[in-house]
Design a protein around this ligand. Structure first.
Ligand SMILES: *Cc1c(COP(=O)(O)O)cnc(C)c1O
Length: 352
């Protein structure tokens, strides 16, 4: 599955579909409608563990959604009510797992503890046509150990409840590459997961699923910004914390940067911080972002690797809202798909 929240661009959805991604992880009725409209033959899985009841009803009755996640008996009852006690559901119980190996935690909000999961697994088994267990190790997991540990939780839950499990869904969290954040090759993650899956007490027909967001789309887009003012080593640019650079501001994430000029600068690269365009002090990105020392007002900068959680997070705060989207075909500024073949290499979108 592709986790649509990472980047819901219709163009990207079509690129992924054309590349063989047939299943989509959606979390709201708006995402359900978007994917149903854009890719009418896609299989939608509603993997948010806390859903609006009317969203479940519409997803089931109108958009043929049959897979839902849950982490409580209340949610199970809600799903049963909203689908009129449907007997064709795949229900995935979300386990709480550690986010220790990840750059962005998803450990506190959702999931039932493995040691407490037996009653929920048994109740879900009674109503589900297929029973799954899912988890999310947190976004940008920097080590395959994250999945090995989480699979240990899955084992504990299955053994405690003594239920038959049809699906194990290892969620998202697969990393991309950013300055100062180079993960092991993706193949190391897949090998670790496959090995852990094969040693679980499940039947041979059980399915292994995943729901990557970031890893599938981080390379898909760059942001092209203009420098409006320079103050020492601070650049005031026309996008920021309330635009496509939420992670640069709020979790001090670094992204690759490149000066875009007709004549290449010969100045050596130095570290800059950025201010975004709003009137808010929090609209600040500490970086450092490496750019030629003579970067000045009027210059354009390409900020790369913003396909995941970039455009998807922008707001209209202070009137600085989405610019222009341009389809480009150059290579991304970095990639984790060095050894894979060209199938995974989507076209590139530049946003101004
Ligand atoms: C956010 C999310 C994903 C995608 O996570 P990435 O870290 O972008 O891979 C997958 N599944 C669920 C349930 C999510 O909330």
């Amino acid at each position: 599955m592709y986790a649509v929240k990472a980047n819901p661009s219709a163009d990207l959805l079509k690129v992924l579909w054309d590349s063989g991604i047939t299943h989509y992880d959606v979390a709201s009725i708006a995402e359900v409608r978007l994917v149903a409209r854009t890719l009418p033959d896609a299989v939608l899985c509603f993997m948010h563990p806390v859903k609006a009841e009317e969203a479940i009803a519409e997803a089931y009755a109108v958009h043929a959604v049959r897979t839902f996640s849950l982490d409580s008996l209340e949610e199970l009852e809600k799903i049963c009510r909203a689908t009129n006690d449907a007997t064709d559901l795949t229900l995935c119980v979300r386990l709480r797992v550690s986010s220790d190996h990840s750059k962005l935690s998803l450990a506190s909000k959702f999931g039932v503890e493995a040691r407490d999961a037996a009653p929920l697994l048994l109740a879900t088994r009674q109503v589900a046509d297929a029973l799954g267990i899912c988890f999310h190790v947190g976004s940008q997991a920097m080590s395959p150990a994250a999945y090995i540990q989480a699979m240990g939780r899955v084992r504990e839950a299955i053994v405690n409840a003594a239920v038959t499990v049809d699906v194990v869904d290892v969620g998202g969290g697969f990393p991309s590459t950013y300055p100062g954040m180079t993960p092991p090759p993706l193949g190391a993650y897949f090998d670790a997961i496959k090995q852990a899956f094969e040693s679980l007490p499940i039947s041979y027909s059980a399915e292994l699923w995943c729901e990557p967001g970031r890893a599938l789309c981080a390379e898909y887009a760059s942001l092209l910004v203009r420098v409006e003012k320079r103050r020492g080593d601070e650049l005031f640019i026309n996008d920021g914390a309330y635009g496509a650079l939420f992670d640069a501001a709020h979790v001090a994430w670094r992204f690759p940067t490149e000066l875009v000029r007709d004549v290449t600068s010969n100045a050596k690269d130095v570290g800059f911080s950025f201010y975004g365009p709003t009137c808010d002090d929090m609209d600040h990105m500490v970086g450092p972002f490496m750019l030629p020392a003579d970067t000045k007002a009027g210059d354009y900068i390409e900020i790369g690797m913003l396909g995941a959680y970039g455009c998807a997070m922008r707001t209209g705060f202070n009137g600085f809202t989405a610019g222009e989207t341009v389809l480009a075909t150059d290579e991304p500024m970095a990639t984790v798909y060095v050894e894979e073949d060209d199938i995974m290499m989507p076209s590139n979108v530049v946003t101004l």
